[in-house]
Design a protein around this ligand. Structure first.
Ligand code: HAM
Length: 442
């Protein structure tokens, strides 16, 4: 970037206001309170299932996503924010980097790089921003947030077991229930494994040979390069054709059929309702066996609150040891949208317990002392200004939504007892300093 030219940088001329970039947005109070509430509940639930937090970089080498998510997916072929590094070090030059469009590939890379399996770190979660260059609309943004969790490990740790799939799905049902989201639907499928795919792909390619010429150009290409991706097509005219294509569920081998049945059996035993959806293949190449989405009617077109599945070959595809895994990512923006009506952000926002109004010269110091004391007892305190008139302090306390106003004037300081007024009821009492914490928190 060039330095601004001082001679033309006339600060008196009006300039265009700079706005947030299309597809990005500011999340403001009181909404942030709802985001924090969700994350607190999520962390609580994750703790109960023994998941531990991992934070991976927001950008990675492009190759990680090309190999992990798959070249032919919409995410990799159309939606990534990719650039060439201009690093000084020879080794950095020309390296292609990408803002992470999802978290799983990065987490599996970290799992391999740090040999997390050897340390028994098999259950990991990550909360943070992801980036996809999609057409923005309600519930779809270019910077969005995911709450992602993965169970990954050597087969000896049982990571391949259908019990893990059921555990993840049961945890999600618990989480959504705990947050108060009702009306969710779990869509479930098995997309098979490397063993069942060849037969299925042959059948799918055969079926596509006749119909692909009538499909969109993307599907015509996918039909040859990666036929499963045809199921990601959103073009309305292609949907009747896609609905008649053979589905993987008819081609599952014995082991995959058995695995899928066991997942369903456990879910039934736990009373977790689900719908089998044989067309659910999910838009990422790494999936094997169980694939799932939780949808919600309140979201409109972008109705998937979360998606996930098993990825038994991903670690090897990224140059790691065999480490079967399963995980999911919740779209946090969509979770907030779903929850907003039931749980208004104001209801989880913590307002100040007390507004301290210093009255007159020298009182800022006294008020600061009191505030320090009250805050040490975990009270939320908003602090006024000794130059405010009493009326202005009351207005400020109201605007802050404080429960009480505490008047700190010369007489109060001398008496070491303060006027405390409940702003909702109008009741005013004089409270000795030693009893303030108890009165305000009571
Ligand atoms: P995904 O289905 O691509 O899966 O994304 C998961 C969730 O992220 C979606 O269900 C949706 O709620 C949210 N999401 C995706 N794109 C956007 C967007 N542009 N704006 C707002 N929300 C969005 C994955 O990302 C996989 N990594 C999930 C996974 C983890 N599979 C195994 N482990």
């Amino acid at each position: 970037m060039q330095a601004p030219d001082a001679s033309t940088n006339d600060r008196t001329t009006t300039t265009d206001m700079i706005k947030a970039v299309r597809g990005t947005r500011d999340i403001l109070p009181p909404d942030t309170a709802l985001w924090n509430h969700i994350e607190a509940v999520v962390r609580d639930v994750f703790r109960a299932y023994n998941f531990q937090e991992i934070r991976t970089p927001i950008f990675e080498s492009t190759e990680l996503f090309a190999r992990g998510v798959g070249e032919e997916t919409d995410i990799v072929s159309k939606e990534m924010f990719t650039w060439e590094d201009r690093g000084r070090a020879e080794s950095d030059k020309g390296q292609s980097l990408t803002l992470r469009p999802e978290a799983t590939a990065g987490i599996v890379r970290a799992y391999i790089e740090h040999k997390l399996g050897d340390r028994g770190l098999n259950k990991l979660f990550c909360i943070g921003p992801m980036f996809r260059r999609e057409r923005p609309q309600k519930g779809r943004y270019r910077q969005f947030y995911q709450i992602d969790a993965e169970i990954i490990g050597p087969s000896s740790a049982g990571s391949e077991s259908p019990a893990r799939d059921a555990e993840i799905l049961e945890m999600l049902a618990t989480l959504l229930d705990r947050l108060g989201i009702d009306g969710w639907l779990l869509q479930l499928n098995s997309v098979g494994c490397a063993n069942c795919r060849p037969d299925y792909f042959r059948a799918l390619k055969d079926a596509l040979r006749d119909v692909a010429p009538r499909m969109c150009s993307d599907c015509q290409r996918r039909a040859v390069t990666n036929p499963l991706r045809v199921f990601d097509c959103k073009v309305p005219e292609d949907q009747p054709i896609i609905n008649n294509l053979p589905t993987i569920s008819d081609y599952l081998d014995q082991a995959c059929t058995q695995h899928f049945l066991q997942v369903q059996e456990i879910l039934q035993a736990l009373d977790i309702p689900f719908n089998l959806n044989s067309r659910l293949v999910r838009g990422l190449d790494y999936y094997t066996r169980t694939a799932f989405e939780f949808t919600h009617g309140a979201l409109g077109a972008q109705n998937a609150i979360l998606g996930g599945g098993r990825y038994d070959g991903l670690s090897e595809a990224l140059g790691g040891p065999p480490a079967p895994g399963i995980g999911f990512a919740i779209g946090e923006d969509r979770l907030v949208l779903t929850l907003q009506e039931r749980t208004p952000p104001e209801s989880v926002l913590r307002k100040p317990d007390v507004y301290i109004a210093p009255l007159g010269l020298g009182m800022d110091m006294q008020a600061a002392r009191l505030a320090r004391e009250l805050r040490r007892h975990d009270l939320a305190v908003e602090l006024g200004d000794q130059n405010f008139r009493l009326k202005k302090s009351f207005e400020a306390a109201d605007r802050a939504g404080a429960k009480y106003i505490l008047i700190v004037g010369e007489n109060e300081v001398k008496a070491d007892a303060f006027a405390l007024k409940n702003l909702a009821t109008g009741e005013q009492i004089t409270v000795p300093r030693a009893e303030l914490v108890q009165k305000i928190s009571g």
